[in-house]
Design a binder for this molecule. Structure first.
Ligand code: KIV
Ligand code: NA
Length: 275
């Protein structure tokens, strides 16, 4: 299977639902690729999943480059998008170009994702003009959670929905190849999906989007808390705790290691040694 391009991804609109999951390290990257996912997002959610913080604002460009390199190496046949972290693109267009170029050159990601609407249009235009594909991100934009008053669903008023639709259209016009809609009412996401000619990727935006994205740790039950919109497909966190508890118990009771987990020496050598 050859790696997808932004054209393959755009072509999926109206023909095939796009699947995307986050990955941050070799293990998650290999699992995602083996499962056959369309796209991997190296999300700045790594601030939570990998670094244990309460939000994504502490993630640096260096962190993103470090994790994205590892993911690219371990999922060589999957289309990889890397998040631009907080304050690596907001300051100016040239800052955005420099940050995205760093990611693009050093990591093997074939696109970047950045959060924001109208105010980020100059950045999106500049990046796409320079040859760096951009995935947009609207609705709940976690990097702005402090301004939004927390991790809250967005566009739940007619006015908010109107603004979201306008900004989604602006992002398409500015050159985004796809856009994530996070935590918005499914009916609003459906309208936006119909009006846009680029794919919409839902993160808690309902089934009418062109694709879905979930955080690896959330859907596998490895996060302490996951957003309400996440479906848990496994409870690996609980299973892992139980496995470690079994290990502790067996060591303490002398059951582990058994002979099969131990090395032996030939009778002949043992004889020579023990005399
Ligand atoms: O960082 C992330 O994981 C994301 C997705 C949840 C869309 O931005
Ligand atoms: Na993100």
């Amino acid at each position: 299977m050859s790696k997808k391009t932004i054209l393959n991804i755009k072509e999926c609109k109206n023909t095939k639902k796009l699947t995307m999951i986050t990955a941050y390290d070799a293990t998650s990257a290999k699992i995602a690729e083996k499962a056959g996912i369309d796209m991997i997002l190296v999300g700045d959610s790594l601030g939570m999943t990998m670094q244990g913080n309460d939000d994504t604002n502490g993630v640096t460009l260096g962190d993103m480059i470090y994790h994205t390199k590892i993911v690219s190496k371990n999922a060589p046949n999957t289309f990889i998008v890397a998040d631009m972290p907080f304050m690596s693109y907001e300051i100016s267009v040239s800052q955005a170009l420099e940050s995205a170029a760093e990611i693009f050159r050093k990591t093997g990601a074939r696109a970047v994702k950045l959060e924001g609407g109208e105010t980020m249009l100059p950045q999106i235009k500049a990046l796409t003009d320079a040859g760096i594909p951009v995935m947009g991100h609207l609705g709940l934009t976690p990097q702005r959670a402090a301004m939004l008053g927390g991790f809250k669903a967005q566009a739940r008023t007619a006015k908010g929905a109107e603004k979201l639709l306008e900004e989604a259209l602006m992002l398409e016009e500015a050159g985004c190849f796809a856009v994530v809609l996070e935590a918005v009412p499914y009916k609003i996401a459906e309208i936006i999906t119909k009006k846009l000619s680029i794919p919409t990727i839902s993160c808690g935006a309902g089934k009418y989007c062109d694709g879905q994205v979930l955080v690896f740790h959330d859907m596998l039950g490895l996060s302490d808390i996951a957003p309400r919109f996440v479906k848990k497909y496994a409870d690996l966190g609980e299973q892992a705790v139980q496995a470690v508890q079994s290990y502790i118990r067996e060591v303490e009771q002398g059951e582990f290691p058994a002979l099969e987990h131990s090395f032996n020496i030939s009778d002949e050598e043992w004889e020579k040694f023990s005399h």
